[in-house]
Design a protein around this ligand. Structure first.
Ligand SMILES: [Zn+2]
Length: 168
């Protein structure tokens, strides 16, 4: 799989959040940038930048180096973006989506649903029996939902995801 900028953005947005995109852009241009430099370039408060870096670090998307500033006596942290980890996360996100879809598919194929003609409720079989096949909101008769279209759509997405996962 080729890691385009768009793909990196997609993963970062999904896994860490929109607000770190600017930071990631800076990090992907150069390795080993000090957090003060990053804060300066982004015109952000150092605490906020650190918070974003830690969030990336939790997902193993950055690594750091620290060096002692001899004059000031504190440590300066420099950060590097781990691009390879994006591939791993991308795979993980897609795999989770696939598992969830397959679970939904199995469930929807097994279960029967009943809907009110006015769309007040969606009931499973047991619930529909309990309400004697009447909508608990408006008392109209509920009818069995046709899931074929939804199932078809899920199947299509499952197929696409499998194809994509095979490429990674
Ligand atoms: Zn109703």
């Amino acid at each position: 799989m080729r890691l385009t900028e768009k793909k990196i953005e997609e993963v970062v947005k999904y896994a860490v959040g929109n607000d770190v995109l600017k930071l990631v852009k800076k990090l992907s241009k150069k390795d080993n940038i000090s957090e003060f430099k990053l804060a300066d370039q982004l015109k952000e408060d150092i605490k906020r930048v650190r918070n974003m870096l830690y969030r990336l670090y939790e997902l193993n998307l950055v690594s750091f180096n620290r060096k002692k500033d001899k004059k000031k006596g504190w440590y300066i942290y420099s950060w590097t973006f781990k691009k390879d980890q994006i591939k791993y996360l991308y795979h993980k996100i897609k795999k989770e989506r696939l598992d969830k879809l397959q679970e939904t598919l199995e469930y929807e194929q097994k279960e029967q649903y009943f809907i009110c003609p006015d769309n007040c409720v969606r009931l499973n079989f047991d619930q529909a029996v309990n309400f004697e096949f009447r909508c608990p909101e408006c008392n109209k008769l509920v009818s069995q939902e046709d899931l074929s279209k939804r199932i078809e759509e899920i199947k299509k997405e499952v197929k696409e995801l499998k194809k994509e996962l095979a490429k990674i």
